[in-house]
Design a binder for this molecule. Sequence first.
Ligand code: SF4
Ligand code: SF4
Length: 501
Amino acid sequence: MSIEFIYPEFEVIRNESRCIACRVCERQCANEVHSYDPERGIMVADESKCVNCHRCVALCPTRALKIVKSDCALRENANWPQSTINEIYKQASSGGVLLSSMGNPNPLPVYWDKILINASQVTNPSIDPLREPMETKVCLGKKKQEIRRDENGKLVCEMTPQLELSVPIMFSAMSYGSISYNAHASLARAATELGILYNTGEGGLHEDFYVYGANTIVQVASGRFGVHKDYLEAAAAVEIKMGQGAKPGIGGHLPGAKIVGDVSRTRMIPEGTDAISPAPHHDIYSIEDLRQLVYSLKEATEYKKPVIVKVAAVHNIAAIASGIARSGADIISIDGFRGGTGAAPTRIRNNVGIPIELALASVDQRLREEGIRDNVSLVVGGSIRSSADVVKAVALGADACYIGTAALIALGCHLCRTCHSGKCNWGIATQRPDLVKRLNPDIGSKRLINLVRAWQHEIKELMGGMGINSIEALRGNRLMLRGVGLNEKELQILGISHAGE
Ligand code: SF4
Ligand code: SF4
């Protein structure tokens, strides 16, 4: 018998005077926390299984429930917090790697919160977005270095394939398998309605979603799950996934329990087998190899679709991005260390990678210095939480942002961070049919559309306040940013002045 005891992290507080024993909480909790005790005629709870997802709280018809963090704690020790001790207990009894979901929750600096945006005052007046046109449209892809005219003096407007977005926001890669069919349907429909794109992640494209192809980015990851000619042809762009912010340097692992039915068919692997993406692409060991894959994908899609290369933000990201820009890729996507995931080893998620703000600033700077900034567009992700983060990212040099966690929260995610259990009570990160149907794609897509439209409006207001009327004029305009509480080195990397300067 194990001698350690981990006291439950959360307590279920039930107001007995309000509880009518309707058993809604019992039916709603996939973690089987609640049950009815017929002898005592009351509801009881096994708190050790509670992950604080708030499903029961939200659906309790009499508001009888509250989930609180337990205050039963070990003796205080700044060096050995209770969470660390509990992790050691778990590993000592299981012998296994600790798994987590969603992004790094540790209190490391969030640079977005240390950057402030400028506003016009007397000269260069601000612009009222309700009365004057504001352009939030962006086109992603290589840009021409020079203007050319034909022999008759007419402009030659040949462009390499571009992705046109109504607003510089896309839904980031989330695979069918890690998230549910209804979550994918919500993302696909919302992207189509909004004139932006969503991303299949590495799980293939379900046949029902081919109709949304013009608004779909398909991924080619190291596992090559679900990759075939029709898949590539169906999409507006192809993304080669080299890395992911939540787990740089390692591959992916979707447990066999989630490889069921359509998920297994879409991934083209047998039911119940673990979907393991190797850490590297086994055909890529240099920029030259990457270039071969970029051009193979262009060839396969008749040079009609932009190719994106997605990498995790790591220490030498500027040099990596410079190589990718020379590989023929049209777009580089960089994922910061707070990026979400359906499952990642906790140690990797919490300790590997760098903040997206610093990665973006150094990549944009390096590509400018090398005169190749217009060869590629830059898309950044990894905890973009609001329209202000989008504006700051664009001013630091991004062409667009990927949002993942924010999109899931719009769908109802309560950030309980147990997606890897497959028991998402909100119907998002699960394949259990009874849970999947809790997310209605009509409502889900509407909520995503509302979110992006609200952000679009806020982006226009923030730009108007700066006296800027287009994303193009904002991009890389670091004069619009000031830092607070940052040291010289951080300011230098971000390429911004301190507030007051
Ligand atoms: S896991 Fe979620 S639904 Fe279950 S008791 Fe905890 S908060 Fe309620
Ligand atoms: S997707 Fe579901 S399981 Fe994952 S954090 Fe959100 S609510 Fe929890």
